[in-house]
Design a protein around this ligand. Structure first.
Ligand SMILES: Cc1cc2nc3c(=O)[nH]c(=O)nc-3n(C[C@H](O)[C@H](O)[C@H](O)COP(=O)(O)OP(=O)(O)OC[C@H]3O[C@@H](n4cnc5c(N)ncnc54)[C@H](O)[C@@H]3O)c2cc1C
Ligand code: SF4
Length: 357
């Protein structure tokens, strides 16, 4: 049985107190939200904080404000809270779909939005127990000196494996970070760093307090996730896409017709997850779509542009060149779905393909 290492436990009831404790403890303390990633990591000695700062008693972190101008989502809302809330439909479907596909129902009842956004990066050589990692003399990310994926590399390439980050980036989310010295709001995209070890631009004394979203009225969005087991598994490729079509009456409201084949794209965001140490914004593909109708040719070209930035490595499940090819397919499925095609059969096939298990 794997046991937790010894640690001190603090459970403040206000954000101010939490920020004060984190500041005082320094980098050897880590916030604990649902604990569904951090506690197993501690058992495997991948992360060994001296102090755990529980966020569970801070009511403000579980607040949810949804209005015409957008939303403010507390970092300790659970993924079940988000997945089951019917208000995250239509424009924000991408977020509900991503949250609903994290792990299992039990885990989603504990797992939080903030914890998912700050999730540790993953790699086949790192997500192992202590004895396994010791047997290969550990690796650069923890306790070792060599990267077993790219031995000549001085940088870790562990993979960003969060489901909700690509989804929220497709919605243009921002996050509010709070510390004893103040607070700052940054684009969620700017929270991430392309480095498997230092994968966040969050300072150790900062708490991710809130996710901030502008109104998604007039947008349509969707999430496609590749994983081995449809019942539960980390993503090894994901595509989050959001599109706003030019409306017939200039208000954005007309983009609710069933078929949008002839409708012209006014704005588009495509984000590719789990193919690098951070979620990647396919900016060129998004730009290419603006001003065009989603014909099959346009979607095919956009999908190739989007997949160009995906550079999967051989450190997660599935063959890396196959994952790259699937990126093209997934972007195409997502765009087809957003223009109104019925892609239910394709979605079912990727979720229940027995040849992958
Ligand atoms: C079997 C299994 C399957 C899983 N499958 C998936 C999956 O498919 N997709 C997926 O995305 N994840 C998956 N996970 C990982 C995990 O369950 C989720 O990512 C979950 O959302 C993490 O949230 P948490 O609240 O439990 O985070 P915790 O484990 O509490 O924390 C995770 C990290 O975030 C930091 N943190 C937490 N909250 C904050 C905050 N407010 N401010 C600053 N830092 C913070 C912690 O210090 C820690 O570094 C899986 C886990 C298991 C055990
Ligand atoms: S990418 Fe390299 S350094 Fe990073 S976790 Fe994997 S083996 Fe370790």
């Amino acid at each position: 049985m794997m046991r937790l290492p010894l640690f001190a436990y603090r459970a403040p009831s206000s954000l101010e107190e939490a920020a004060r404790i984190l500041h005082g403890e320094g980098p050897s303390a880590m916030p604990l939200a649902g604990g569904t990633d951090l506690l197993p990591n501690m058992k495997r000695r991948q992360q060994v904080p001296r102090t755990l700062l529980s966020l569970r008693n801070i009511e403000a972190l579980r607040a949810m404000q949804l209005g015409h101008s957008g939303a403010r989502l507390g970092a300790c809302l659970t993924l079940s809270d988000i997945a089951s809330d019917s208000r995250f439909r239509n424009g924000a479907t991408v977020l509900a779909q991503a949250a609903a596909q994290v792990a299992t129902p039990h885990i989603r009842n504990m797992a939080t939005l903030g914890g998912n956004l700050c999730l540790d990066t993953r790699c086949n050589y790192y997500d192992q127990n202590y004895e396994w990692r010791k047997a290969i003399d550990f690796c650069l990310k923890k306790d070792g000196v060599t990267c077993w994926v790219a031995p000549s590399s001085s940088k870790c390439m562990a993979v960003s494996s969060t489901d909700t980050a690509p989804a929220l980036m497709a919605l243009g989310a921002r996050v509010r970070l709070v510390s004893q010295s103040g607070e700052r709001e940054i684009a969620l995209a700017d929270l991430y760093n392309n480095d498997g070890m230092n994968y966040l631009h969050r300072r150790p004394d900062e708490i991710l307090a809130e996710v901030v979203l502008d109104s998604w009225h007039g947008w349509r969005s969707t999430y496609w996730k590749l994983r081995r087991r449809g019942s539960f598994d980390f993503p090894v490729l994901s595509v989050a896409a959001a599109i706003r079509f030019v409306s017939n009456d200039g208000t954005g409201a007309a983009c609710c017709a069933a078929t949008r084949e002839g409708n012209v794209v006014e704005d588009a965001r495509i984000v590719i997850g789990s193919v690098a140490s951070l979620p990647l914004i396919a900016a060129e593909a998004g730009k290419f779509l603006v001003g065009r109708a989603l014909s099959l040719e346009t979607m095919a070209e956009a999908a190739v542009l989007a997949a160009r930035i995906a550079k999967p490595l051989d450190n997660t499940d599935f063959d890396m060149s196959w994952r790259k090819k699937v990126t093209v397919e997934f972007v195409t499925y997502a765009l087809r779905e957003l223009r109104g095609d019925d892609v239910g059969a394709e979605r079912t096939a990727i979720t229940h393909n027995p040849s992958w298990t």
